[in-house]
Design a protein around this ligand. Structure first.
Ligand SMILES: [Zn+2]
Ligand SMILES: [Zn+2]
Length: 350
């Protein structure tokens, strides 16, 4: 098992600068052929992030602020007052399911194709990821593949590093990379990053019904809260703890990979960006915080590459592989890891 280099690119960008869709030669389509063409005319419009319409800005504002209000209501007003094992269970279960939907589903499966699995499992991961309220899967993948191709240079949708070196600039950059970028439009040519997904009926189905999955992610914990306690208070508290507060936590843990993990942490590998390994988000984000490792080996299903770099998402993928639910799980060989380490050391020496 090795991390593959994407075929059919025009050979210029280093592998960690590719969008890392890692298409197989047999299935490679235009998206593979075009994503490497940074100098092509189409690429020239790449870096223009248009103004988002007022309506979409408001929708995104509600999606960001409402979970925050729910979180405040739950943790500030109700902690120790209207909180018990039922709601803790709902919070932990819904956090885990939807975070895994993002880390294993949207990220390692749909964006990077770091493993393969049966259709019904892909469907579940697509639905669970959608419940995290971070946008429909195809848009999420387009943004993230663009991030890998342009990480921390012009064209990165959410780099923290383009706002100057002053204290105010650093704060502005951190804010932009965390949530500010959500209020900017998506470049017109984004479709070229996701042609493989647009041709996939299963992904299109999951994408089209995004609002339904979001609604289910909020209603299911509400229903469970109500049924377990047989009360309307239980419905409300299930909605708050397993719905809104959980969305808030998964939102900010995920977005911290874009902000914190491009600012604070260590670097083990040579990568053409400011990605960092951050132990806190390594744990909270189920392995995604080993972000320097990930930028060095984007198509690896395993982000925590050392034994002590806990990577719950990879443990799940390994478990799935053991029972036949995942195959072609990609992990860089020890030699390949070593070569990137050495290159980094040589660069540092020179
Ligand atoms: Zn990154
Ligand atoms: Zn990635």
């Amino acid at each position: 098992m090795t991390d593959h280099v994407m075929p059919n690119t025009t050979a210029t960008p280093p592998t960690d600068r590719l969008p890392a869709t890692d298409l197989d030669p047999d299935t490679a389509t235009d998206s593979a052929a075009t994503v490497g063409n940074e100098g092509a005319p189409e690429g020239a419009k790449d870096h223009t992030f248009p103004e988002l319409s007022l309506k979409l800005k408001l929708v995104n504002l509600v999606a960001v602020v409402l979970p925050f209000i729910g979180f405040l209501a739950a943790f500030v007003l109700l902690w120790g007052v209207a909180f018990n094992w039922i709601y803790l269970g709902l919070l932990v279960a819904m956090y885990s399911i939807t975070a895994v939907g993002i880390t294993v589903g949207f990220h390692r499966l749909f964006t990077h194709r770091s493993f393969e699995c049966p259709g019904w499992v892909r469907m579940l991961f697509g639905i669970f990821g959608s419940m995290a309220v971070q946008g429909p899967v195809i848009e999420w993948v387009a943004d993230h593949r663009r991030h890998h191709q342009h990480s921390d240079v012009d064209g990165d949708p959410h780099s923290p590093h383009h706002h100057g070196d002053t204290v105010a600039g650093v704060i502005r950059g951190a804010f932009h990379s965390h949530v500010g970028w959500l209020f900017r439009g998506r470049p017109k040519n984004s479709v070229r990053y996701v042609r493989d997904l647009l041709e996939d009926p299963l992904v299109r189905f999951v994408n089209r019904h995004f609002v339904l999955w979001v609604a289910l992610g909020l209603l299911i914990p509400a229903a469970i809260g109500g049924l377990v306690t047989m009360s309307w208070t239980g419905v409300l508290l299930g909605f708050l703890w397993g719905g809104l507060a959980r969305v808030f936590l998964v939102h900010h843990v995920t977005w911290s990979i874009n902000s914190v993990c491009h600012i604070w942490g260590t670097r083990d590998f040579r990568s053409h960006d400011e990605s960092r390994n951050n132990v806190i988000f390594g744990v909270l984000a189920f392995g995604e915080g080993w972000h320097n490792n990930h930028h060095a080996f984007p198509t690896s299903a395993r982000h925590g590459l050392r034994w002590w770099e806990i990577d719950l998402s990879y443990m799940l993928i390994r478990g799935m592989a053991l029972v036949g639910l995942a195959r072609n799980v990609r992990v860089p060989t020890a030699e390949r890891q070593q070569s990137k380490r050495l290159q980094r050391d040589q660069n540092a020496d020179s």
